[in-house]
Design a protein. Sequence first.
Length: 256
Amino acid sequence: MVTALAFFPVYQAQGSEQTSKKRETPSPGKQVCQSTDSLNYLLFLPEDYSEENPQSGEVKKWPVIVFLHGLGERGDHLEDLDKLKLHGPPMLVEKNSKFEFIVVSPQCRTDSWWPWNVDKLNEVLDQVLKDVKQADSKRVYLTGLSMGGFGSFSWTIRNPERFAAAAPICGGGIFHEAWGLPGQKAAYLRSLPFWIFHGASDSVVSSELSSEMRTGLQAFGVKEINLTIYPGVDHNSWTQTYSNPELYKWFLKHSR
């Protein structure tokens, strides 16, 4: 039987010894290592993040982006989290401490695959929303690339109530799972906005998989589902997507 993993080139898992790197205390303007019992993750707080405003008594709530990486960035130890800074939001916030979102970037274990980890991902999100007092639970946005695109589809279909919008990139999924959702979850999924991205010339994950997800979710009744196909672009359709300010403006148009 062919699984979704067959779409990807094989990466040799490299064993690494545990180092002295430890969980760090979150602070504004920094991206730090965090962990749950199941997964390690990077957490970024914007430079202007604060839990107190002594002048007005009002404190700003911050939107949250959850980013799911690709197959090549998997890892088992805290030091492996540096791999996540190669692409996407974790790379952007290393260069821009004023990025206007809290960014949560979990790391998949080397022997696993994001769609198998939805329960563990929920644990990460639960911990962040508990610990980061000014994270806005009504403005949590999910995105991911390649394996993370598959993970984004899986997580939103199983737990659509957790997100305000989703942007899967060069992924795919099993849209038929939507028909198994109970009534309230089904209603959440139908109201969840999607913006899907893919390269037309992707030689790793066919763009047809994104097109099939759009068609299938539309048939299920998802009201807003956009698809952007980049002509002539191979597997890396994420660099221009995450560099586009319109993506972040689109996220912020939506609240759960």
